[in-house]
Write a protein that binds this ligand. Structure first.
Ligand code: ADP
Ligand code: MG
Length: 325
């Protein structure tokens, strides 16, 4: 239906948004390995495989069903703003509405084979037994084949891949204890080892030169601090032409808060060459009630109540780290 397609378009704008939802599911499922593979930027297919808790046959059947039908009654409802619709619990269902979705899963510790279920553009097939290792593999093919308008909106394969890469990189950096890998057209782009240290994850994702230029940010949290800040930032000489290597996480969640990027850049003062940006992987912890992460469920924006104070805290922590170096 139209409504279903519109809803799906909000959750799944492009291959990277499907990848994001699937990787999140894998992490939620207690995976210690998450392997992402995409073809032609994900436009020609994408797969996320994990060694998480998996699903039984009946869980698999439920997983692709719509959980909150009553929330979407018609197109008009969308005018109220998608954030009110509670898209959580909808990811597999909505991806299945706009693709050929295959989920293969075996519950951890279960006997026998696993199970498989395919959803073709909203039509779910039967759950059947299928040999597979413990954990879950989700494959998405023919993405947007039934929504030409959405498909036309996609950019080049290279650009779509950049988005996928950004998403998988953020999850790899935020979860150094999970081995996260990304393959593109059969070639490995990166693979973290899941050894638990942020340094080792940065080494796997960005390479040795960058890893060796990284400086630890470790702010001593003062009793009345509004925010605690930790992570890694690069030495002012190790930069790139784009801002996409500045990753910020608030309370463990990847966000694109420009105020945080500005805070990082401020800390470098005049030390950066024009139009050059450092590498940063920064974790900011604030009391949950001091931040609004739900500006838009898909856009990863946040707002802080005390924006200026948070900005200053981040700037000072980074500045101190660069000075100490
Ligand atoms: P949500 O994650 O918000 O619950 P989803 O549509 O993303 O909604 O997933 C639906 C359900 O399917 C999940 O709640 C979970 O029970 C199950 N599921 C999805 N992906 C996995 C996975 N990789 N491993 C185990 N269970 C999964
Ligand atoms: Mg989910």
């Amino acid at each position: 239906s139209t409504v279903r397609k519109i809803a799906a378009g909000e959750v799944v704008e492009r291959p990277a948004s499907a990848v994001k939802e699937l990787v999140e599911n894998s992490l939620d499922a207690d995976a210690s390995r998450v392997a992402v593979a995409v073809e032609r930027g994900g436009v020609d297919g994408l797969r996320v495989r994990d060694d998480g808790v998996g699903m039984t046959a009946s869980e698999l059947e439920l997983a692709v069903e719509e959980h909150t039908t009553s929330k979407i009654r018609g197109v008009d409802d969308l005018d109220g703003g998608v954030e009110s619709l509670g898209f959580r619990g909808e990811a597999l269902y909505t991806i299945g509405a706009v693709s050929e979705l295959t989920v293969r899963s075996k519950a951890r510790g279960s006997a026998g084979a696993g199970n498989e279920l395919t959803v073709e553009f909203g039509d779910a097939g039967e759950v059947r037994p299928a040999g597979c290792p413990e954990g879950t593999t989700v494959e998405v093919d023919e993405l947007f084949a039934n929504t030409p308008a959405r498909k036309k909106f996609l950019k080049t394969d290279a650009t779509e891949f950049d988005h996928v890469n950004t998403v998988v990189t953020q999850y790899a950096l935020a979860n150094p204890d999970v081995a996260v890998s990304l393959d593109h057209d059969g070639r490995e782009v990166f693979a973290t080892e899941g050894r638990g240290s942020l340094e080792s994850a940065v080494l796997s994702v960005y390479g040795r030169e960058v890893a060796e230029s990284m400086v630890r940010v470790d702010e001593e949290p003062e009793p009345d601090a509004v925010a605690s800040v930790s992570g890694l930032v690069s030495h002012p000489e190790t930069t790139r032409a784009g801002r996409e290597y500045m990753s910020t996480f608030v309370n463990g969640r990847y966000v694109t808060a420009s105020v945080l990027r500005e805070a990082v850049l401020d800390a470098y003062g005049g030390q950066l060459a024009p139009n050059r940006y450092p590498f940063a992987v920064l974790f900011v912890e604030v009391p949950p009630d001091a931040v609004d992460v739900n500006v838009h469920p898909r856009k990863l924006e946040v707002r802080f109540d005390a924006e200026g104070t948070v900005k200053r805290a981040v700037s000072e922590a980074v500045e101190e780290a660069l000075l100490d170096h």
